[in-house]
Design a protein around this ligand. Structure first.
Ligand code: PNW
Length: 480
């Protein structure tokens, strides 16, 4: 038995994102986002699918709230579709009242069900028009002004009802997967065989800088004009895995493991908490990493009320002796699943990048807490796919013991981090409430605690994990 616990009033629930669940791309005045156009590029999405229907959640909000209620969830993290709220995206473009009304009703219905909304403003689905108009994330001046305007429209419309705001979801993914590897929208890469556009030696760093400035601008707007009245909190959500040295006795591997985390997380975290980029990044990237102006530092430094942490897995990391490649965005190292003793870091899942390792969660949240002066954390995503789940019969896949075990391990590790390491954590959103459009992996990879029968009228079938999560939290959350 464990003595570890989570605080009373701990806010636990589930997470989703607009493009992954909503469908209804043309309904009520929505215009296209970069993901609508990206999905049409042949070969980008497994099975040639897209988010046109997804879970049809835009038309099934009542059903989704019922699902949440059944789990006992206290909160729901979801993202707003910028393309529904300001279809053309820009600060001089019209606001779409129908889009606003949809989310106002959804938030009211959630609250009536006793579920606290956590809103993400940007979960990757940039209005296509802004990419066309000025290059989207590559134009920090235009992008940050338009993002601030969009954020203000949202604070004004929902601010009295929403107390937790997340500006950006995983800027690393937008920057690296969208502007270097080309695996995510808008699909830039300097490899001309994969894409006609892009310069992956500079674009990811430019896009990352633009998101940081836009985040800072939105936080300033909230603090200046909304926070006193609405009393909410605002922060950014950063993704990051734990890194374990391939050879614990090799100082170069130890350093590489640290460097991996700096390139993935401190890229954004150091900017927000210290107003600078990590030295390891400056050393490798030189002038390819943007310089900070004093105005930008003033905007970005100190711009988190809380740290939103997305976390899924751990990797072994081995340093490279060679000079870093100009496109290297990881920190001149190899990412491995097995160390030199032949030990796997965790079992296989359906996602090539995801190998569960709960101890890594405890270590990383402690690492972050130490580095950033003990901020308040909300874990905004954590979850797993299951190898071969899509091939199972309905009966077998609903019995998702692998996923239950994942949650037991990870939530236990979080309670240990809170109790034994003194980490201030107040909430947790499991990814995901239901199976959904898993970006480049299409619909084959499922992360839901609810099975969605896409061919069978979108019927939702709760898996075993949907019930189990509440029991796990019940075990850890203090009653008094
Ligand atoms: C996160 N990687 O994405 C996102 O926030 C979710 O939208 C997504 O569905 C979820 O994790 C599961 O994948 C990631 O390749 C996508 O390392 C890819 C990676 C990490 C996170």
């Amino acid at each position: 038995m464990t003595d570890s616990y989570l605080p009373k009033d701990f806010l636990w629930g589930f997470a989703t994102a607009s493009y992954q669940i909503e469908g209804a791309p043309q309904q009520d005045g929505r215009a296209e986002s970069i993901w609508d156009t990206f999905c049409r590029i042949p070969g980008k999405i497994a099975g040639g699918t897209n988010g046109d229907v997804a879970c049809d959640s835009y038309n099934r909000t009542a059903e989704d709230i019922e699902l949440l209620k059944k789990t006992g969830a206290k909160s729901y993290r979801f993202s707003l579709s910028w393309s529904r709220i300001i279809p053309l995206g820009g600060r001089d473009d019209p606001v779409n009242e129908k889009g606003i009304q949809h989310y106002v009703k959804f938030v009211d219905d959630l609250r009536a069900a006793g579920i606290e909304p956590l809103i993400t403003l940007f979960h990757w689905d940039l209005p296509e028009n802004l990419d066309k108009r000025y290059g989207g994330l590559l134009n920090k001046v235009e992008f940050s002004k338009d993002f601030e305007n969009y954020a203000r429209v949202c604070f004004k419309a929902f601010g009295d009802r929403v107390k937790l705001w997340i500006t950006f979801n995983e800027p690393w993914c937008s920057a690296v997967l969208g502007y270097s590897i080309g695996q995510f929208a808008p699909g830039h890469t300097s490899d001309r065989s994969k894409s006609a556009v892009g310069d992956s030696s500079t674009e990811p760093w430019i896009a990352g800088h633009a998101m940081l400035i836009a985040h800072g601008a939105a936080v300033k707007a909230y603090r200046d004009d909304f926070k006193a009245k609405d009393g909410g909190q605002i922060g950014i959500t950063l993704n990051g895995d734990w890194a374990v040295p391939w050879d614990e006795n090799d100082p170069k591997d130890v350093e590489a493991a640290n460097r991996k985390i700096e390139f993935a997380i401190s890229w954004f975290g150091d900017a927000i908490y210290f107003g600078k980029y990590p030295d390891s990044m400056r050393k490798q990237l030189g002038s390819r990493l943007p310089e900070w102006t004093p105005e930008e530092i003033a905007l970005v430094k100190g711009s988190n009320d809380f740290y939103g942490m997305n976390h899924y897995c751990a990797n072994y990391v081995r340093h490279k002796e060679t000079e870093p490649d100009i496109n290297d965005h990881a920190g001149n190292l190899d990412i491995l699943y097995q160390n030199k003793e032949g030990v796997w870091i965790g079992p296989e899942t359906q996602s090539p990048w995801l190998r569960p390792n709960p101890e890594g969660f405890r270590k990383l949240i402690k690492w972050l807490s130490d580095r950033y002066g003990g901020p308040t954390f909300y874990v905004t995503e954590n979850g797993t796919s299951v190898k071969g789940e899509s091939q199972l019969s309905l009966k077998d896949l609903l019995d998702d013991e692998f996923r239950c075990e994942y949650f037991r391990g990870y939530i236990g590790a979080l309670a240990d981090a809170h109790t034994k390491d003194g980490v201030d954590v107040r909430g947790y959103s499991a990814w995901s409430l239901m199976d959904n459009f898993e970006w480049a992996e299409g619909y084959e990879t499922r992360f839901g605690v609810t099975y969605v029968d896409y061919e069978g009228g979108q019927k939702r079938h709760p898996k075993k994990s949907a019930k189990e999560i509440g029991q796990i939290f019940d075990k850890y959350i203090k009653k008094e």
